[in-house]
Design a protein around this ligand. Structure first.
Ligand SMILES: Nc1nc2c(ncn2[C@@H]2O[C@H](COP(=O)(O)OP(=O)(O)OP(=O)(O)O)[C@@H](O)[C@H]2O)c(=O)[nH]1
Length: 597
């Protein structure tokens, strides 16, 4: 039996499980009044909602307060942004994965079951938001009382609006000195056409007005449209892979009920499974006896292969087939990069790690690839550069993998001709709307390649952090482009081949950045940029003899061993191209425009 303490309240999970199996009311986590007998929550008493907002407007902090006020977690300083469970989220202070939590809330003599989904704010993770919305009937649209409406506020509003969800505007951070909730209310009225009386002013940090948010959730958001008497229809909207228990699927029941021992079929694979466990997230997993129509929870059914768990799949009871639910539009990758194991003998382990991680992040596309310099690997598609960096970091942190990512590129359609010329390029303005006296919303058409790498950083620094940015695909446009190759001591480095407009300046910049990124080696290194057979830029790295033991006079053997070990570790972070050792992060670094990045 799993015997460990609940992370949030210190209650024992085993006790909680025991109480559930014995069908007692009351469990170990949080408050003694909690009731896991979900049959007491008919559809009318269920509310499923997401928290959506621009980056840093306070979604996860509000989620903490909602968890505290309903007793799901203890109120301690330790419990901060508890739904940001991943190491990468804690380190970067951003949400990258949507997370679900079930809450119980009493209002006007009724107890409600609330399923809250905290979503990421950054545009690169918007696929998480759109999938989460499929399990919801309403959203809390959080807007910072100081910053007002930002790019992802607008993008997320339209995701919810197009899904016909009830939108509750919540103005957060009213405790800030520069907070101006009245101005933000006017913006909300002007941009979203929501009357300002519908806005709720809160401070998630101080816990001000949180009860009003919960009241609005039960009063304004409709219950799910799911029939208790209908046959089972369970939509998989997220999945993770557990080493011991296999696939854990997040599900929402559009009809029927589900319990341990049920025989269920996957609409996608037509495979039959027996349900081992169903449960809710509080925010850790807690098994329950049954899940009922309209509820959100998780399912474990002995799926050992990552391929078996398809996000968007519909499960139904054996011999009771149903029309599968619509599922999700596949994510459209915007940025592509090659990924290779640092050490080729790690290929098969890395493949398994990539499969498991893409199960949890279904917006990544994966195709096998190989490169003469880097060996067997994959070509991966991401929604943006931050997404790519986070995926890389999760592979290293959660799967202990060591990988080389090549420079990201965007998709092109090429028409081959004998001369491609170089022309200056510009964004084309499409619209301009004043949100209020200080803020303007502008729409531009840009070549994607111009915005994916460091456009956002540039925009932020130019506007002292005030401007925000969102983008969507506007299709392919004709342009005069040229393919530029990079050579290291005469060896073509395929991974650094890029499609550029201003080839001479781009070639010079890449050669200079490579010179900065590659350490001096025992021989001279020539870095060349070329278009076809014509060399357009060249840099040299002078030879150097690096004897790490040079300073170790005498016989201190431990110090010598330490230095040699450090040198060997340094080499591990390198990749050999021809005879040249290239640091693995060089492939990305050279694309960023400022040298110090
Ligand atoms: N002063 C003040 N700060 C707040 C309030 N709510 C959140 N913050 C702070 O704002 C920052 C961002 O809060 P988060 O809850 O991580 O924001 P988020 O929207 O979940 O961020 P992402 O998931 O990365 O998009 C943190 O430093 C919070 O402490 C508030 O009501 N008042």
């Amino acid at each position: 039996m799993l015997w460990r303490r609940c992370r949030w309240c210190g209650g024992s999970r085993a006790a909680a499980r025991a109480s559930i199996r014995g069908l007692q009311t009351g469990a170990a986590c949080g408050s003694a009044q909690e009731n896991y007998d979900l049959s007491k929550f008919p559809v009318e008493n269920v509310r499923n909602f997401s928290i959506i907002a621009h980056v840093d407007h306070g979604k996860s902090t509000l989620a903490d307060r909602l968890l505290e006020i309903t007793g799901a977690i203890a109120k301690t300083k330790r419990n901060k942004q508890v739904l940001d469970k991943l190491q990468v989220e804690r380190e970067r202070g951003i949400t990258v994965k949507a997370q679900t939590a079930t809450l119980f809330y009493s209002h006007a003599g009724r107890t409600y079951l609330l399923n809250l989904i905290d979503t990421p704010g950054h545009v690169d993770f918007s696929y998480e938001v759109s999938r989460s919305l499929s399990a919801c009937q309403g959203v809390l649209l959080i807007v910072d009382a100081n910053e007002g409406i930002q790019a992802q506020t607008v993008a997320n509003f339209f995701l919810a609006f197009e899904s016909q969800l009830m939108i509750i505007p919540v103005i957060n951070k009213i405790d800030l000195k520069n907070a101006d909730p009245a101005r933000v209310e006017k913006q909300i009225e002007m941009v979203f056409d929501i009357p300002k009386e519908e806005c709720i002013r809160i401070s998630a940090k101080l816990g001000t007005n949180i009860d009003e948010v919960l009241r609005a959730v039960v009063e304004r958001i409709p219950p799910p449209n799911a029939g208790a008497a209908d046959p089972l229809r369970a939509l998989v909207f997220d999945s993770t892979f557990d080493h011991y228990r296999g696939v854990i699927a997040s599900i929402t029941l559009f009809g029927g009920k589900l319990q341990r021992g049920d025989k269920i079929m996957s609409s996608y694979t037509q495979k039959l499974y027996e349900v081992n466990e169903v449960g809710i997230l509080r925010p850790d997993e807690y098994p329950v006896e049954k899940l009922y129509a309209g509820q959100v929870g998780y399912l474990i059914a002995g799926m050992k292969e990552v391929k078996e768990a398809q996000i968007g799949d519909t499960f139904y009871l054996q011999n009771h087939p149903v029309e599968p639910l619509a599922g999700f539009k596949p994510a459209k990758p915007m940025v592509f990069a090659g990924m290779y194991p640092v050490d080729q003998s790690e290929y098969s382990n890395l493949r398994k790690a990539v499969e498991k991680l893409t199960l949890n992040d279904s917006s990544v596309t994966v195709h096998r690839d190989s490169s003469p310099a880097l060996g067997a690997g994959w070509r991966l598609g991401f929604l943006g550069l931050l997404h790519m960096e986070v995926f890389n970091q999760r592979l290293e942190q959660e799967y202990n993998a060591s990988v080389i990512m090549t420079a990201p590129t965007v998709p092109y359609k090429a028409l081959l001709s004998s001369s491609k010329l170089i022309k200056s390029r510009r964004g084309v303005q499409k619209s301009l709307v004043y949100i209020d006296d200080h803020r303007v919303m502008m729409q531009y058409l840009f070549p994607l390649n111009e915005i994916v790498v460091d456009f956002y950083d540039g925009l932020k620094s130019l506007s002292s952090g005030y401007a925000s940015f969102d983008y969507e695909d506007a299709g392919h446009q004709a342009a005069d482009l040229v393919k530029m190759d990079i050579y290291l001591n005469g060896h073509s480095v395929e991974e650094l081949t890029t499609i550029v407009e201003k080839a001479y300046s781009a070639g010079k910049a890449i050669a200079e950045r490579l010179k900065d990124s590659i350490p001096r080696q025992l021989f001279e290194i020539a870095i060349q940029a070329a278009i076809g057979s014509k060399i357009i830029a060249r840099e040299n790295i002078k030879a150097m003899r690096k004897n790490v033991l040079a300073k170790c006079y005498g016989g201190d053997i431990t110090r010598k061993m330490k230095l040699l070990k450090r040198q060997a570790e340094g080499k591990k972070r390198m990749r050999k191209i021809g005879n040249v050792e290239v640091p693995k992060d060089a492939f990305i670094k050279i694309l960023k425009r400022e040298k110090d990045k």
